[in-house]
Ligand binder design. Structure first.
Ligand code: HEM
Ligand code: HEM
Length: 194
Protein backbone atom coordinates (compact mmCIF):
# COMPACT_ATOMS: atom_id res chain seq x y z
CA UNK A 1 0.00 0.00 0.00
CA UNK A 2 2.79 2.39 0.89
CA UNK A 3 3.97 2.18 -2.72
CA UNK A 4 0.61 3.58 -3.85
CA UNK A 5 0.94 6.90 -2.03
CA UNK A 6 0.68 9.77 -4.53
CA UNK A 7 4.04 11.07 -5.77
CA UNK A 8 3.30 14.57 -4.48
CA UNK A 9 2.66 13.32 -0.97
CA UNK A 10 5.61 10.93 -1.07
CA UNK A 11 7.83 13.85 -1.98
CA UNK A 12 6.47 15.66 1.06
CA UNK A 13 4.44 17.88 -1.27
CA UNK A 14 2.71 20.08 1.27
CA UNK A 15 -1.02 19.65 1.82
CA UNK A 16 -1.82 17.38 -1.13
CA UNK A 17 -3.80 14.34 0.01
CA UNK A 18 -2.33 10.87 -0.06
CA UNK A 19 -4.24 8.82 -2.63
CA UNK A 20 -4.39 5.17 -1.65
CA UNK A 21 -6.24 2.42 -3.56
CA UNK A 22 -8.36 0.47 -1.08
CA UNK A 23 -11.47 -1.00 -2.72
CA UNK A 24 -10.81 -3.23 -5.72
CA UNK A 25 -13.37 -3.48 -8.56
CA UNK A 26 -14.97 -6.65 -7.20
CA UNK A 27 -15.67 -5.07 -3.78
CA UNK A 28 -17.21 -2.03 -5.48
CA UNK A 29 -19.25 -4.08 -7.93
CA UNK A 30 -20.60 -6.26 -5.11
CA UNK A 31 -21.38 -3.24 -2.92
CA UNK A 32 -23.47 -1.35 -5.47
CA UNK A 33 -25.09 -4.51 -6.85
CA UNK A 34 -26.14 -5.63 -3.36
CA UNK A 35 -27.59 -2.18 -2.63
CA UNK A 36 -29.55 -2.28 -5.91
CA UNK A 37 -30.83 -5.83 -5.43
CA UNK A 38 -32.02 -5.08 -1.90
CA UNK A 39 -33.86 -1.95 -3.01
CA UNK A 40 -35.45 -3.81 -5.93
CA UNK A 41 -36.57 -6.68 -3.69
CA UNK A 42 -37.82 -4.41 -0.95
CA UNK A 43 -39.71 -1.90 -3.07
CA UNK A 44 -40.10 -3.00 -6.68
CA UNK A 45 -40.39 -6.76 -7.21
CA UNK A 46 -43.64 -8.58 -6.49
CA UNK A 47 -42.87 -10.59 -3.30
CA UNK A 48 -44.90 -13.53 -4.63
CA UNK A 49 -43.20 -13.52 -8.02
CA UNK A 50 -40.26 -15.39 -9.53
CA UNK A 51 -38.15 -12.20 -9.89
CA UNK A 52 -38.23 -11.66 -6.11
CA UNK A 53 -36.88 -15.16 -5.54
CA UNK A 54 -34.20 -14.78 -8.24
CA UNK A 55 -33.02 -11.42 -6.89
CA UNK A 56 -32.91 -12.98 -3.41
CA UNK A 57 -30.54 -15.66 -4.73
CA UNK A 58 -28.46 -12.97 -6.44
CA UNK A 59 -28.14 -11.22 -3.04
CA UNK A 60 -27.06 -14.52 -1.50
CA UNK A 61 -24.45 -15.07 -4.23
CA UNK A 62 -23.12 -11.50 -3.81
CA UNK A 63 -22.65 -11.87 -0.05
CA UNK A 64 -21.06 -15.33 -0.34
CA UNK A 65 -18.72 -14.13 -3.10
CA UNK A 66 -17.70 -11.16 -0.96
CA UNK A 67 -17.03 -13.42 2.03
CA UNK A 68 -14.80 -15.67 -0.12
CA UNK A 69 -13.05 -12.61 -1.56
CA UNK A 70 -12.51 -11.50 2.02
CA UNK A 71 -10.25 -14.52 2.48
CA UNK A 72 -8.04 -13.93 -0.55
CA UNK A 73 -8.52 -10.30 -1.68
CA UNK A 74 -6.29 -7.27 -1.05
CA UNK A 75 -5.55 -6.18 2.53
CA UNK A 76 -8.35 -3.56 3.10
CA UNK A 77 -10.94 -6.00 1.70
CA UNK A 78 -9.79 -8.90 3.90
CA UNK A 79 -12.27 -9.96 6.58
CA UNK A 80 -9.40 -10.05 9.05
CA UNK A 81 -8.85 -6.31 8.49
CA UNK A 82 -12.29 -5.48 9.94
CA UNK A 83 -13.36 -8.13 12.47
CA UNK A 84 -16.72 -7.69 14.21
CA UNK A 85 -15.21 -6.63 17.55
CA UNK A 86 -17.55 -4.71 19.91
CA UNK A 87 -14.70 -3.87 22.31
CA UNK A 88 -12.74 -2.24 19.47
CA UNK A 89 -15.88 -0.38 18.38
CA UNK A 90 -16.33 0.98 21.92
CA UNK A 91 -12.70 2.10 22.04
CA UNK A 92 -13.20 3.75 18.65
CA UNK A 93 -16.26 5.60 20.02
CA UNK A 94 -14.14 6.85 22.92
CA UNK A 95 -11.44 8.00 20.49
CA UNK A 96 -14.06 9.84 18.42
CA UNK A 97 -15.24 11.69 21.51
CA UNK A 98 -11.71 12.85 22.21
CA UNK A 99 -11.42 14.26 18.70
CA UNK A 100 -9.28 11.52 17.16
CA UNK A 101 -9.09 11.92 13.37
CA UNK A 102 -7.27 8.71 12.47
CA UNK A 103 -8.19 7.38 9.04
CA UNK A 104 -8.80 3.64 8.62
CA UNK A 105 -7.76 2.14 5.30
CA UNK A 106 -10.36 -0.60 5.73
CA UNK A 107 -13.68 -0.12 7.58
CA UNK A 108 -13.39 1.60 10.95
CA UNK A 109 -14.37 -0.60 13.94
CA UNK A 110 -17.92 0.83 14.14
CA UNK A 111 -18.38 0.49 10.38
CA UNK A 112 -17.10 -3.07 10.62
CA UNK A 113 -19.86 -4.00 13.07
CA UNK A 114 -22.42 -2.53 10.66
CA UNK A 115 -20.98 -4.36 7.65
CA UNK A 116 -21.15 -7.74 9.44
CA UNK A 117 -24.67 -6.90 10.65
CA UNK A 118 -25.78 -6.11 7.08
CA UNK A 119 -24.31 -9.30 5.63
CA UNK A 120 -25.78 -11.46 8.43
CA UNK A 121 -29.20 -9.83 8.03
CA UNK A 122 -29.21 -10.41 4.25
CA UNK A 123 -28.31 -14.08 4.81
CA UNK A 124 -31.15 -14.45 7.35
CA UNK A 125 -33.64 -12.73 5.01
CA UNK A 126 -32.73 -15.13 2.21
CA UNK A 127 -32.93 -18.10 4.61
CA UNK A 128 -36.43 -17.15 5.79
CA UNK A 129 -37.41 -16.47 2.16
CA UNK A 130 -36.33 -19.97 1.14
CA UNK A 131 -38.08 -21.43 4.18
CA UNK A 132 -41.37 -19.79 3.14
CA UNK A 133 -41.29 -21.73 -0.10
CA UNK A 134 -40.44 -25.08 1.50
CA UNK A 135 -43.15 -27.65 2.30
CA UNK A 136 -42.17 -27.68 6.00
CA UNK A 137 -42.60 -23.92 6.56
CA UNK A 138 -45.08 -22.93 3.84
CA UNK A 139 -47.74 -20.67 5.37
CA UNK A 140 -46.06 -20.64 8.80
CA UNK A 141 -46.68 -17.13 10.05
CA UNK A 142 -43.60 -16.64 12.25
CA UNK A 143 -41.35 -17.30 9.24
CA UNK A 144 -43.22 -14.68 7.17
CA UNK A 145 -43.08 -12.28 10.11
CA UNK A 146 -39.33 -12.84 10.52
CA UNK A 147 -38.76 -12.17 6.79
CA UNK A 148 -40.52 -8.84 7.13
CA UNK A 149 -38.98 -7.89 10.51
CA UNK A 150 -35.49 -8.69 9.20
CA UNK A 151 -36.11 -6.54 6.14
CA UNK A 152 -37.17 -3.63 8.36
CA UNK A 153 -34.04 -4.15 10.45
CA UNK A 154 -31.99 -4.10 7.25
CA UNK A 155 -33.58 -0.81 6.19
CA UNK A 156 -32.82 0.75 9.56
CA UNK A 157 -29.26 -0.58 9.34
CA UNK A 158 -28.77 0.89 5.87
CA UNK A 159 -30.01 4.29 7.04
CA UNK A 160 -27.54 4.18 9.94
CA UNK A 161 -24.85 2.92 7.54
CA UNK A 162 -25.31 5.91 5.25
CA UNK A 163 -25.39 8.29 8.24
CA UNK A 164 -22.16 6.68 9.48
CA UNK A 165 -20.52 7.12 6.07
CA UNK A 166 -21.47 10.81 5.99
CA UNK A 167 -20.30 11.34 9.58
CA UNK A 168 -16.98 9.57 9.04
CA UNK A 169 -16.35 11.42 5.77
CA UNK A 170 -16.73 14.72 7.64
CA UNK A 171 -14.69 13.55 10.64
CA UNK A 172 -11.80 12.13 8.67
CA UNK A 173 -11.87 14.51 5.71
CA UNK A 174 -11.84 11.49 3.37
CA UNK A 175 -14.63 11.39 0.74
CA UNK A 176 -15.67 7.80 1.48
CA UNK A 177 -18.46 7.54 -1.10
CA UNK A 178 -16.04 8.60 -3.83
CA UNK A 179 -13.68 5.87 -2.61
CA UNK A 180 -16.46 3.28 -2.98
CA UNK A 181 -16.90 4.53 -6.57
CA UNK A 182 -13.31 4.81 -7.84
CA UNK A 183 -11.62 2.64 -5.23
CA UNK A 184 -9.22 5.28 -3.85
CA UNK A 185 -9.18 7.01 -0.48
CA UNK A 186 -7.92 10.58 -0.60
CA UNK A 187 -6.45 11.11 2.83
CA UNK A 188 -5.53 14.62 4.02
CA UNK A 189 -1.80 14.90 4.60
CA UNK A 190 -2.07 15.58 8.34
CA UNK A 191 -4.25 12.57 9.28
CA UNK A 192 -2.70 9.51 10.93
CA UNK A 193 -3.49 6.28 9.07
CA UNK A 194 -4.39 2.94 10.67
C1 HEM B 1 -29.16 -1.11 0.44
C2 HEM B 1 -28.16 -0.25 0.43
C3 HEM B 1 -26.76 -0.53 0.96
C4 HEM B 1 -26.21 -1.66 1.50
C5 HEM B 1 -26.89 -2.99 1.76
C6 HEM B 1 -24.83 -1.37 1.80
C7 HEM B 1 -23.95 -2.26 2.36
C8 HEM B 1 -22.59 -2.04 2.53
C9 HEM B 1 -21.63 -3.04 2.88
C10 HEM B 1 -21.97 -4.52 3.14
C11 HEM B 1 -20.41 -2.44 2.91
C12 HEM B 1 -19.07 -3.13 3.13
C13 HEM B 1 -18.42 -3.28 1.75
C14 HEM B 1 -17.36 -4.36 1.68
O1 HEM B 1 -16.43 -4.38 2.50
O2 HEM B 1 -17.49 -5.21 0.78
C15 HEM B 1 -20.60 -1.06 2.60
C16 HEM B 1 -19.60 -0.11 2.54
C17 HEM B 1 -19.81 1.18 2.14
N1 HEM B 1 -20.97 1.74 1.70
FE1 HEM B 1 -22.75 0.84 1.60
N2 HEM B 1 -24.55 -0.09 1.44
C18 HEM B 1 -25.70 0.45 0.92
C19 HEM B 1 -25.88 1.72 0.43
C20 HEM B 1 -24.90 2.66 0.38
C21 HEM B 1 -25.08 4.00 -0.12
C22 HEM B 1 -26.39 4.57 -0.69
C23 HEM B 1 -23.88 4.62 0.02
C24 HEM B 1 -23.52 6.04 -0.35
C25 HEM B 1 -24.12 7.05 0.20
C26 HEM B 1 -22.96 3.68 0.59
C27 HEM B 1 -21.64 3.94 0.86
C28 HEM B 1 -20.75 3.04 1.36
C29 HEM B 1 -19.35 3.35 1.61
C30 HEM B 1 -18.67 4.70 1.37
C31 HEM B 1 -18.76 2.20 2.11
C32 HEM B 1 -17.32 2.06 2.58
C33 HEM B 1 -17.24 2.59 3.98
C34 HEM B 1 -15.81 2.64 4.50
O3 HEM B 1 -14.99 3.33 3.90
O4 HEM B 1 -15.54 1.98 5.51
N3 HEM B 1 -23.61 2.50 0.80
N4 HEM B 1 -21.93 -0.83 2.35
C1 HEM C 1 -32.27 -9.70 -0.17
C2 HEM C 1 -33.23 -10.58 -0.29
C3 HEM C 1 -34.69 -10.33 0.02
C4 HEM C 1 -35.34 -9.19 0.40
C5 HEM C 1 -34.74 -7.80 0.63
C6 HEM C 1 -36.73 -9.52 0.56
C7 HEM C 1 -37.72 -8.63 0.96
C8 HEM C 1 -39.06 -8.95 1.08
C9 HEM C 1 -40.09 -8.03 1.46
C10 HEM C 1 -39.88 -6.55 1.83
C11 HEM C 1 -41.28 -8.71 1.46
C12 HEM C 1 -42.67 -8.16 1.80
C13 HEM C 1 -42.94 -8.49 3.24
C14 HEM C 1 -44.35 -8.15 3.63
O1 HEM C 1 -44.65 -6.96 3.68
O2 HEM C 1 -45.13 -9.08 3.82
C15 HEM C 1 -41.00 -10.05 1.07
C16 HEM C 1 -41.95 -11.05 0.93
C17 HEM C 1 -41.67 -12.33 0.47
N1 HEM C 1 -40.45 -12.85 0.15
FE1 HEM C 1 -38.68 -11.86 0.22
N2 HEM C 1 -36.92 -10.85 0.25
C18 HEM C 1 -35.69 -11.38 -0.10
C19 HEM C 1 -35.42 -12.66 -0.46
C20 HEM C 1 -36.36 -13.65 -0.66
C21 HEM C 1 -36.09 -14.99 -1.15
C22 HEM C 1 -34.70 -15.53 -1.52
C23 HEM C 1 -37.28 -15.64 -1.21
C24 HEM C 1 -37.60 -17.04 -1.66
C25 HEM C 1 -36.74 -17.92 -2.12
C26 HEM C 1 -38.31 -14.72 -0.77
C27 HEM C 1 -39.65 -15.01 -0.67
C28 HEM C 1 -40.62 -14.14 -0.27
C29 HEM C 1 -42.04 -14.48 -0.22
C30 HEM C 1 -42.66 -15.82 -0.61
C31 HEM C 1 -42.69 -13.34 0.24
C32 HEM C 1 -44.20 -13.14 0.42
C33 HEM C 1 -44.58 -13.35 1.83
C34 HEM C 1 -46.05 -13.11 1.98
O3 HEM C 1 -46.44 -11.95 1.97
O4 HEM C 1 -46.74 -14.09 2.07
N3 HEM C 1 -37.71 -13.52 -0.44
N4 HEM C 1 -39.64 -10.18 0.84
Amino acid sequence: MAGSVSPAAAAGGGASPRIIPVWDPLVRLIHWSLALVILLNGFVSDPEGKLHETLGYVALALVLTRLCWGLIGARPARLISFPPAPARALRHLGALRSGDRTVHLSHNPLGALMVWNIWATVLLIVTTGIMMGSPRFFGVSWVEDMHEILFNWLLLSVILHIAGVVFDSLRSGVPLVRAMIDGRKRIPADRPIE
